[in-house]
Ligand binder design. Sequence first.
Ligand SMILES: Nc1ncnc2c1ncn2[C@@H]1O[C@H](COP(=O)(O)OP(=O)(O)OP(=O)(O)O)[C@@H](O)[C@H]1O
Length: 554
Amino acid sequence: MSAMLRLLLRVLGLWRARRGWLLAGAVVAGLAALAGIALLALAGRGVSEGLQNSALTAGAVGSLLLLRPLILVRPLARYLERLVTHSATFRALTDTRIWFFRRLAERLPAGLGLRGAGDLLGRIVSDVEALDGLYLRALVPGAAAVAVVLALAVMLGAAGPGLAAVVALPLAAALLLPPLLAPAAGRAAARVAEAQGQLRVAAVDPLLGLEDTLAANGEARATDRLMRAGDALAQQQKALARRAAWSGASGLVLSQAALFGALGYGLAGGEGAVAGSVLGLFLALGAGEVLAAVPRAGTALAAASAGARRLFEAADTAPPVPEPAVPVAPPTGHAVRVEGVHFSWAPDRAPVFNGLSLELPEGGRLALLGPSGSGKSTLATLLLKLAAPQEGRITLGGTDLASLSGAAVRSRIACLTQDARLFDDSIAANLRLADPAATDAALWQALERAGVAEVVRALPEGLQTGCGEGGARFSGGQGRRLALARALLAPAALLILDEPAGGLDPLAERAFLETLESATQGRSVILITHRLLGVEKPTRILRLVGGRAIPAMG
Ligand SMILES: Nc1ncnc2c1ncn2[C@@H]1O[C@H](COP(=O)(O)OP(=O)(O)OP(=O)(O)O)[C@@H](O)[C@H]1O
């Protein structure tokens, strides 16, 4: 329980900025519940006065007159409760998603790594969504139920302490159900969240690689995996539902016990106890409605803590490249020196670099060759400060990358890879990722230099044309040129081109490399490639061999 409590308290900590809304929601919910209780208390009083006196007494008339405004207040309070609690939840969950996204962005700079897209999608969508139960299905109904039980105890206590004991005690016991049931439900909810994650991976993975799935006739296997994941989820959900049903039934038993208590009080007390008994019956009925939501609070707490655990698990992994506590000011120059760098991706992985050293003066054009797996892309990752060397250092304009913020490094060094992704947005929005303040004229200039302005001009919607997911609207070559235009827009002095023409047909490849040569004039360039076609004009050629760079002849 304490682990669960810690998780839930940490979630509430994330929602600190929304505490005004959250508190207001709980207060309005408490007031709405109390309005319902007041309504039934007045009705009970009116009925018991009527039972005791044959004629309508002033008290009975007063109660009935007060009922009228309360009948209106109650639905209004309910409406307000929904409005405020849901607004509070949406705001809190939005904050959580943004917080989680930021944490992921800091922790996965070199890509998703071993975490699948489906798994992370599940965490950012469903696990965050499960947190709404903490507030909407646990804290809010809990606050309302506590307010109601307290009000009942006071009102019935005034009528007779015995009455308060037989009615309010079973209802107060119902308040203990969520904390009692939550730990066991928590384990079931954790299994449901895990199974949901597996289902999402089973669905998203084959869809992300749909062409490959179809090409390998893998639909049947993908469907089978999906079905098994669905069955496993259904089984875990059934187990959780069983727990929810048990806790619902226990809550109902306690509400019935309160009703019987009121009835028994009347029967045992004779005529003098009728008024109290009727009041007790009405109040127990009214409280039953509010308390009906309480047993479910246990499962909601469990589901929220399972979601929180998965969220924090991903959010708390150590960032691969810690930011310096006080970053130094970015240097003015942009010469690069790699000095005795040792690097491996993980302690149990073979090192990629064993004392790598190289230099690139300002304005230099370095071609970096090497067989597959020799670490060419890894060097780009280190230069972009998306990973950090375990030994040695890399300097930019004489300043160690370790003492610069990642953002400062990436504002001086831009990268274009063969996998450069166009996002499902307009051409303009895709280009402005590199420079949000760029004017339309600057966009056109970049498109011109990337040799793709003609293509865009011919589109009816021009810069506003949507690219489709992954740039599906364009051919491979066109997409590459749009990505180049984006890289050119970045005000970076050093451009890393990682297999920029990879995957294009020989003619398109040559044409694209020619465009690159002219478009990147005036900047330092590191061209990562398997082979040189002769179009490139490097000032220096190095080959990566055995984790070091040696001069090469192309
Ligand atoms: N993000 C990553 N996480 C873990 N390991 C990685 C990552 N990127 C590369 N590696 C590993 O580092 C080693 C070097 O890979 P890298 O991609 O740098 O080589 P490369 O020379 O660019 O190869 P290619 O020419 O095939 O692209 C490989 O063993 C690869 O598995």
